[in-house]
Design a protein around this ligand. Structure first.
Ligand code: SAM
Length: 302
């Protein structure tokens, strides 16, 4: 058997908190990928699997300790030899192309697979959330697709851009100026790379911001489309800011929430004068589309 070239270390963590991979480890590994493990029936977050690829066999216990040092509970670590060909195949298996509405999100290995009439978004698995495999990303893409059938948006804000997938979708739909923000500096770096990779860097600016708090957000507001695929609680907290940043006839696509959390999110936005105009369900996950009450009733649904 030929000598193996690569080693994969998989670390399992318990609990909903996404493990923070130390920057030094990120530099040392050839690649780092995070996969959320959910309860299949309820979509409750159970834990995470962190896969790190190394050229030389790593000290599994030391790496697991480093990942656990940031406060997550590490369940265990396994290490295995990976032939390069197998790694390439495994990456493909992990990241099949995903279609939602007019969009196909694919990795670099599947460029040729994107259909001619689809809007292709190229994202490779990495440290930022949003390679298209999660139901909330798909629900947002489907909602954007439906909105795009009815009107053009010119000024888009993506709060919690992760890999940049929704911003790239918006920039490929309309000749819009898109501002993408994330409070995770690693996501900002990944989103900038993906924006360049997809040829939309002249339309999309990516900044490190907590919610709406950034001078560029202030300077660019209001937005006629706001996208936010974050969790239910931050969405509820950010509802007043959303109202202030949305044009009177604007639309907001919100996700990161389960069906059972939708009533609370709708109620928080109704208190701000925002009405639900559309929703997109994907298993237990949902994306909600809002507009200001007056505009929502004037233009009926969506
Ligand atoms: C579920 S991911 C969504 C990524 C991508 N937009 C998608 O739809 O696939 C949520 C992202 O929001 C970011 N985030 C969470 N809360 C945030 C906040 N208050 N301000 C800015 N970014 C936030 C996280 O760092 C993460 O990258």
């Amino acid at each position: 058997m030929a000598d193996p070239d690569l080693w994969r270390l998989s670390i399992l963590t318990i609990g909903p908190a996404m493990p923070e991979v130390p920057e030094a480890l990120e530099d040392e590994a050839l690649s780092v990928s995070l996969f959320e493990i959910e309860d299949e029936a309820t979509a409750d977050p159970l834990g995470w699997r962190v896969d790190l690829l190394f050229r030389d066999p790593p000290d599994a216990e030391a790496v697991a300790r480093e990942v656990g040092a940031a406060g997550v509970r590490v369940e265990g670590a396994t290490i295995e030899r990976v032939e390069p060909e197998e790694w390439a195949r495994a990456a493909e298996l992990r990241l099949p192309s995903v279609a939602a509405g007019r969009f196909v999100v694919h990795g670099s290995h599947a460029r040729a697979e994107a259909l001619a009439d689809a809007v292709a978004i190229e994202i490779d698995a990495g440290l930022a959330f949003g390679s298209g495999e999660h139901a909330t990303t798909q629900a947002c893409l489907a909602a954007i697709d439906r909105l795009a059938r009815r009107r053009r948006f010119r000024h888009v804000l993506d709060v919690g851009c992760g890999s940049g997938v929704l911003s790239i979708a918006a920039a490929k739909c309309w000749p819009a100026r898109v501002l993408a923000v994330d409070n995770d500096p690693i996501a900002v770096r990944v989103a900038r790379d993906n924006v360049r990779l997809n040829g939309v860097a002249s339309h999309v600016q990516v900044e490190n911001a907590e919610g709406y708090v950034h001078r560029v957000v202030r300077r660019w507001r209001p937005f006629d489309l706001i996208l936010a695929n974050i969790l239910a609680d931050p969405l509820i907290e950010l509802a007043p800011a959303l109202r202030r940043h949305l044009t009177p006839d604007g639309r907001a696509v919100l996700s990161g929430l389960l069906d059972r959390q939708a009533d609370a999110v709708v109620a928080a936005h109704r208190r701000e004068g925002l009405e639900l105009v559309d929703r997109e369900d994907r298993g237990p996950w949902v994306a909600l589309v809002f507009g200001h009450r007056a505009a929502a009733t004037r233009h009926s649904a969506r």
